[in-house]
Design a protein. Structure first.
Length: 274
């Protein structure tokens, strides 16, 4: 579904306020607890997601990969790449791309490189904070972000993604989002608490992971609906925004957005003014 410009009622002030509230609520968790979780989970990350979603994880990822358009020679950046699950699927879809994975978790990327070597595929790995991408402007034709934006400061990472994209380049996003129906949200968040707790017990997760059980549902409750995330992308400067959803009333959303051609010297809309 394409998003028309007139359907965007929110502005930068709304977006900054929402991100400020998320930072105030989760900033310490993002800084301390979440990195410890990802130290613990690399070897069972994919299996854990499959179990916690009752098998739907594979459907969502398949739908997302199918939506991504790739051409031979494309320079692709996978942001918050984790164990390279998405990157490996993209390379199988189009082996003639140049794929770079960036993640702040050394443990997740180390295991991701093991998986890449086993598959005989090459992924360049960069360990760095994704809120400040260490790449020049216009470095990539395609950027992807899957199952991580709930743990990120979007008013920092989305302008960075826009910056490193070539004019006309595409951004593809997939994540668990806030359902639009209050009744469905109530049911979904309670299911999520139970499924994450059960998965942590099944896989023998660390104490740090167990302490974050409620955080994963709280993060979705404070996040964006599919329509709101479309508005966020527009506020950040993306155009030709398209949104589709998977099962259960939009609790998983797929977004595709293009970086517009800009005149030389045009500032990104979310960058602070001097």
């Amino acid at each position: 579904m394409a998003i028309a410009p007139w359907a965007m009622p929110h502005d930068q002030h709304w977006f900054r306020r929402r991100e400020g509230l998320r930072r105030e609520r989760f900033g310490q968790i993002w800084a301390d607890a979440v990195p410890k979780v990802f130290e613990d989970v690399p070897t069972y990350y994919r299996k854990g997601n499959i179990v916690a979603s009752l098998g739907l994880w594979e459907l969502w990822v398949w739908q997302f990969v199918r939506s991504i358009r790739l051409e031979a020679g494309n320079r692709v950046l996978d942001v918050a790449a984790g164990t390279n699950d998405l990157g490996l699927r993209l390379l199988r879809k189009q082996p003639r791309i140049e794929l770079t994975a960036i993640d702040r978790s050394r443990e997740m990327q180390a295991y991701g490189q093991v998986l890449a070597r086993r598959a005989g595929l090459r992924i360049r790995s960069v360990i760095h904070d994704v809120h400040r991408l260490p790449f020049p402007d216009h470095s990539f034709d395609v950027v992807t972000l899957q199952a991580a934006s709930r743990h990120l400061q979007l008013d920092k990472v989305l302008p960075e993604i826009l910056r490193v994209l070539e004019p006309g380049g595409m951004f593809y996003h997939c994540d668990m989002l806030k359902p639009t129906s209050p009744a469905l949200e109530w049911l979904y968040l309670r299911f999520l608490r139970l499924s994450v707790a059960w998965t942590a017990s099944l896989f023998g997760s660390s104490d740090a992971s167990r302490r974050c059980v409620s955080y994963f549902s709280d993060a979705i409750q404070a996040f964006y609906t599919p329509a709101e995330l479309s508005e966020v992308l527009a506020v950040c400067g993306f155009t030709q925004i398209r949104c589709s959803t998977s099962v259960w009333g939009g609790m998983v959303g797929f977004h595709a957005a293009r970086k517009p051609a800009r005149c030389p010297g045009t500032a990104d809309p979310m960058r602070p003014r001097p």
